[in-house]
Design a protein around this ligand. Structure first.
Ligand SMILES: C[S@@+](CC[C@H](N)C(=O)[O-])C[C@H]1O[C@@H](n2cnc3c(N)ncnc32)[C@H](O)[C@@H]1O
Length: 395
């Protein structure tokens, strides 16, 4: 179950992983010997009480497996708050709904900043699939903004009533299960996951890849559209659940902004002939590697986001695509330079730390270019603050 270049998991973590492995094995056996990778990824990340995001592993931050922008610097969330302020000025009774709020640090910083602008949302809703992360979010908010905790409400599902305001998702789309395919001479193969014959050697990975012609008509159709421009043997991913997700947002957003921030590219770059092994990536204790079949439940599995697919889906769902830019452009337009110049450089250590963190957010070699920000809107006809350098033409 291990790769020798990665740190060894603690015995408790190994025991936890074995429980998840047993569950996935059972699913595979019940399915007749294989499951599509998308199902494997869903279980590895979200199996109730056992999956990577559903269980109590310390995922985010320096002591976890990866670090996200709001964990790097409060300046990130302060810039998002500026964009929220602009929308909340249009919808004074508006709410904020955040998907997958991680440690809760972005929610805390946004609320604190909006309170200082006297522009609080009536409610801050958090839709979180992980019970463990909910607890962590509550603890963060209790510690950082106890006076505003009464505005925060956790949801299991989307609200049934339409809402006005802002829907936020930072690094949520990359954590959604994807289908993985390969273009073959004969057609489209899909990556399935089967069981290794590891009974005699329990230390080996219990899962193996199985390539089969896809049984999924929608995947077949979507991939056939790419085939002409790509070589045989080409491997990539597709998130076919995306359109239902975007549609569900369109259904509840009566007016306002959906702000999506994630790493990814437009379709042309995503399915570039040279990106012939796709974008699937795993994160374990700050080591990145490409084997999702090991360390079940202990590592993050992600795929980059195809922003053209989001834009197309959004248009079909009657949302407007009102902006697309990279993270650096977005943060600079939302006032990052002003926030930096307001720092006290007599506090040398903090000053240097914060400027260094800001560099990580905006430098092209760090997060500035790979991370993109997309604005989808409903009944919101204003030039959005963060999208002065708009790159929708690249989609
Ligand atoms: C990489 S973490 C990002 C956490 C946080 N937004 C941050 O930036 O630090 C991905 C998060 O997305 C959540 N997530 C994934 N799919 C989701 C969905 N369909 N609905 C709500 N949350 C989801 C996961 O549970 C997890 O909290």
């Amino acid at each position: 179950m291990h790769n020798s270049s990665l740190p060894l998991p603690h015995p408790d973590a190994v025991a936890h992983s074995h429980r998840l492995v047993a569950t996935i094995k059972q699913t595979i056996q019940e399915a007749g010997g294989v499951i599509p990778f998308v199902e494997f990824m869903a279980q590895a990340l979200y199996a109730p009480g056992l999956g990577y995001y559903s269980a109590g592993v310390h995922k985010l931050g320096a002591s976890g497996d990866f670090i996200t922008a709001p964990e790097i610097s409060p300046l990130f969330s302060q810039c998002i708050a500026k964009q929220c302020q602009q929308v909340l000025t249009t919808f004074p009774d508006g709410v904020i709904l955040e998907f997958g709020a991680g440690s809760g640090i972005m929610a805390a910083e946004i609320l604190k900043t909006l309170a200082s602008f006297n522009c609080l949302p009536t409610q801050y809703l958090i839709l979180e699939v992980s019970a463990d992360l909910r607890q962590r979010q509550r603890a963060t908010l209790q510690a950082k903004i106890p006076e505003l905790l009464n505005r925060v409400q956790w949801l299991d599902v989307l609200p049934s009533q339409p809402l006005h305001g802002i829907i936020l998702a930072n690094e949520v789309l990359d954590a959604m299960p994807v289908q993985r395919f390969r273009l073959d001479e004969q057609g489209v193969s899909e990556f399935y996951v089967g069981l290794a014959n590891s009974d005699n050697n329990p230390t080996e990975t219990p899962f193996i890849w199985q390539m089969l012609p896809t049984r999924d008509e929608s995947l077949l159709q979507a991939v056939e559209m790419l085939r002409l421009s790509l070589p045989v043997g080409y491997v990539s991913e597709m998130n076919l659940a995306l359109s239902a997700w975007i549609q569900s947002l369109a259904d509840i957003l009566a007016g306002g902004l959906v702000l999506l921030i994630d790493y990814g590219f437009p379709s042309r770059e995503y399915y570039h002939p040279q990106r012939d092994q796709g974008t699937l990536m795993c994160h374990y204790q700050h080591h990145a590697h490409d084997d999702p079949l090991i360390l079940a439940g202990l590592q993050d599995i992600t795929a980059h986001v195809n922003f053209t697919a989001i834009a197309e889906t959004a248009l079909t769902a009657n949302l407007q695509v009102s902006g697309y830019t990279n993270q650096a452009n977005f943060l600079l337009a939302c006032g990052l330079p002003e926030l930096l110049s307001a720092l006290d450089f007599n506090e040398t250590k903090t000053y240097l730390q914060q400027t260094q963190q800001a560099k990580t957010l905006v430098l092209p070699s760090e997060m500035g270019e790979l991370f993109k920000v997309m604005a989808l809107t409903s009944h919101l006809d204003i030039p959005l603050l963060g999208f002065v350098r708009d790159e929708r033409g690249r989609l």
